[in-house]
Design a protein around this ligand. Structure first.
Ligand SMILES: Nc1nc2c(ncn2[C@@H]2O[C@H](COP(=O)(O)OP(=O)(O)OP(=O)(O)O)[C@@H](O)[C@H]2O)c(=O)[nH]1
Ligand SMILES: [Mg+2]
Length: 305
């Protein structure tokens, strides 16, 4: 399955809802009068793409007088996202690339860590995992099971242990073993809880001390089904921790997958991967063009009766 097909399947809930609404509006009012344009705007806003982008699309439709709302929306979305799809930081020549995954409880950090490991391995890299969620019961076992599935080694410690110490040991091991990537799973934390944020900062400091460029990426994992809440989280995490990129998960589970557009427009933080399901290959590098095309698709998807 190619990347576009993955995007299309994963974004089906959002695209089906959008297509149904848009077609209904156009069928009823082919010349798209003022009321129809209002309805169109409401339908776009309901997908969580954000008011700004929704009004831009409606303005373009009005301006061009074109009934091809899908094509106009695709172009606008692609333009909006053109600067936010980004690859991972380039690999330093001799040392591991260190990626820290952060986020609030249950957003998909642990599973995204494993899926990212799987994707990196598929690109020919060697990957080591670090289980630095020593806080939640069974978190270490969860990552161990995934490590087995993906075929990666894992460095862990005891529950209650200092997560920064485990991160340090894991980095030592990654350097010694010549691993290409070290992926660090962390405990869920509230962006409002200062002590948890401090723990995260400590992890950063310790890594930096051992390897001056590390961590090369701090990826914030956001649950795409939480809508504008995800936006608030991203803002807070970015202010306290400095985020290099986003992973937006669970887009398969929502009709509001447009949130990726709102986040990109608001925060200008690159979206690096998106989560489109629970399988190991359901985390995919973000591609604005495929995303825009998958979101606004008129024909391919039939609504179930
Ligand atoms: N459908 C779907 N489910 C996902 C996706 N990403 C994660 N999940 C599910 O979300 C749930 C929570 O995922 P975890 O990876 O454990 O989340 P976490 O952030 O590590 O959670 P804590 O460690 O408790 O903070 C699991 O059931 C995952 O399978 C996705 O892209 N799509
Ligand atoms: Mg976890």
């Amino acid at each position: 399955m190619n990347l576009f097909q993955k995007f299309r399947d994963g974004l089906k809930k959002t695209s089906t809802k959008l297509a149904t609404e848009i077609k209904r509006i156009i069928t009823r009012s082919p010349r798209l009068d003022a009321d129809a344009l209002d309805e169109l705007e409401a339908a776009l806003v309901a997908s969580d793409i954000g008011i700004g982008t929704a009004t831009d699309i409606v303005a373009r439709v009005k301006e061009t007088g074109s009934p091809d709302v899908f094509a106009i929306a695709r172009t606008e979305i692609e333009r909006e996202l053109s600067n936010v799809g980004a690859a991972l930081a380039p690999r330093p020549p001799a040392s591991p690339t260190v990626i820290l995954l952060a986020g609030v409880n249950g957003t998909g950090k642990t599973t995204s860590t494993a899926k990212l490991a799987h994707w990196l391995k598929s690109q020919g890299h060697t990957v080591l995992l670090a289980a630095c969620d020593t806080f939640r019961a069974a978190a270490i076992e969860q990552l161990k099971i995934w490590a087995g599935r993906v075929g990666c080694d894992i460095i862990d410690g005891q529950y209650g242990a200092d997560s920064a110490a485990i991160a340090f040991d894991a980095l030592e091991a990654a350097i010694k073993r010549n691993a290409d990537y070290l992926l660090i799973d962390t405990a869920g934390r509230l962006h409002t809880k200062a002590n948890l944020m401090e723990e995260m900062k400590k992890m950063r400091r310790v890594l930096h001390k051992r390897l001056p460029d590390a961590p090369h990426e701090v990826l914030l994992v956001l649950d795409g089904t939480t809508g504008t809440n995800a936006l608030h989280q991203a803002r807070e995490f970015h202010n306290t921790l400095g985020i290099t990129g986003l992973i937006v998960t669970k887009l398969d589970g929502t009709a509001k997958g447009g949130i990726v557009v709102a986040i990109a427009r608001e925060l200008k933080i690159p979206v690096k991967f998106i989560g489109l399901g629970e399988q190991v290959d359901d985390l995919q590098p973000f591609d604005p063009k495929s995303f825009a095309k998958a979101l606004f698709t008129a024909n391919e998807i039939q609504e179930s009766p």
